[in-house]
Design a protein around this ligand. Sequence first.
Ligand SMILES: NC(=O)c1ccc[n+]([C@@H]2O[C@H](COP(=O)([O-])OP(=O)(O)OC[C@H]3O[C@@H](n4cnc5c(N)ncnc54)[C@H](OP(=O)(O)O)[C@@H]3O)[C@@H](O)[C@H]2O)c1
Length: 350
Amino acid sequence: MPQQHSIGLLGLGGVAQGLLELWSQSADPRFRIAWATDSEGAAFATHGLDPASLLAAKRGAGLRTLRGARFEPGVPLAEVRSRAPCDILVNLLPCNYENGQPALPVLRAALEEGVHVVTAEKASLVLGFEALRRSSQAGKAHLRYSACVGGSVPFIPILEWMSQANEIRRVTGVVNASTTYVLSELEARRHTPQEILERASKLGILERDPALDLEGYDLAAKGVLIHNTIYGDPLPFKRADRRGIREFLDEPDKLRTGTRLVATVEPGKVQLDAPVLPMHSPLRVYGLENAILIDTPHAGELHVRGVGAGGRGTATNVYGDLLRVAQLLKGGERTDGRAPVRPAALHPNV
Ligand SMILES: NC(=O)c1ccc[n+]([C@@H]2O[C@H](COP(=O)([O-])OP(=O)(O)OC[C@H]3O[C@@H](n4cnc5c(N)ncnc54)[C@H](OP(=O)(O)O)[C@@H]3O)[C@@H](O)[C@H]2O)c1
């Protein structure tokens, strides 16, 4: 029997449900769900919540109807772990770029107490980068965030691995599938802007607050996470340049075919732009695709491209991070003062 890690699930939206689908189809004895929360409350089970039953309850009459579990309504997120401990916190709450709430203080407290964190939620990570780093150092806990960039495409693990031994001069990325979907649908001129937004929402690729995607917050945050993964000095989120694609929704006739929202990441700099990409540009992706170009002096230009958005796909990167944490713990690799957060939320040289 492999070592079992207890999981606390913060949030039960599209990504969490994707993870529960994966575990419903193929149980993984390495993980046990100690508790799960949504905006109504938390469900606890001493011997673990069954993924399929949890999924059915969430999609049906709600967590309070889950059999074999204790439901507590309105329990503050900061108090859930005191009701039932967990080894790994999985943060699948919505993004709030004003202050990183409600996730940020919960993650900090967990890391400080040695609870490992896997997150798909970016806002707390980019706004509280330094604070989370200090917390993970203090608690010697791992923090992983592969699902924050690319949904199901493992850009962050690839960049983490590459940056250990390669110099990376620049990363250029089209990694906000929502704006790529909107722009490529707008240029196809089959649907109205309103219809396109509704379809994006149904596909689960728009944030609950669509402004986060359409006004460039999501892509700017991804740029900062790419930056902080590959370069030594973390970039504060407020220093990232931001722009969106609202103008094309308001006046679709102004859109030129091949326009994409692109992030350019260089040391100390994240810049967003909406250029018209040439027909054969590797970054000219469509629909739910993401792509990055990694410019290196010794390996030339590397191109990574894949479909990466939606709950189920994103859940694969969350699961990958959970497996990595389990491996690190099995191998006895603990964080230390020098490189406490992996994959390089902190660069090894920090
Ligand atoms: N979907 C994607 O393609 C994708 C890709 C990469 C990263 N992400 C990120 O992953 C995270 C989760 O995405 P998602 O699509 O699963 O989001 P979502 O569908 O909006 O789900 C958010 C979940 O958080 C719960 N919640 C909200 N506020 C809460 C609070 N104060 N206390 C407890 N629970 C609360 C919601 O509860 P209710 O269910 O009761 O409303 C819901 O279950 C987001 O940060 C997103 O940016 C998503």
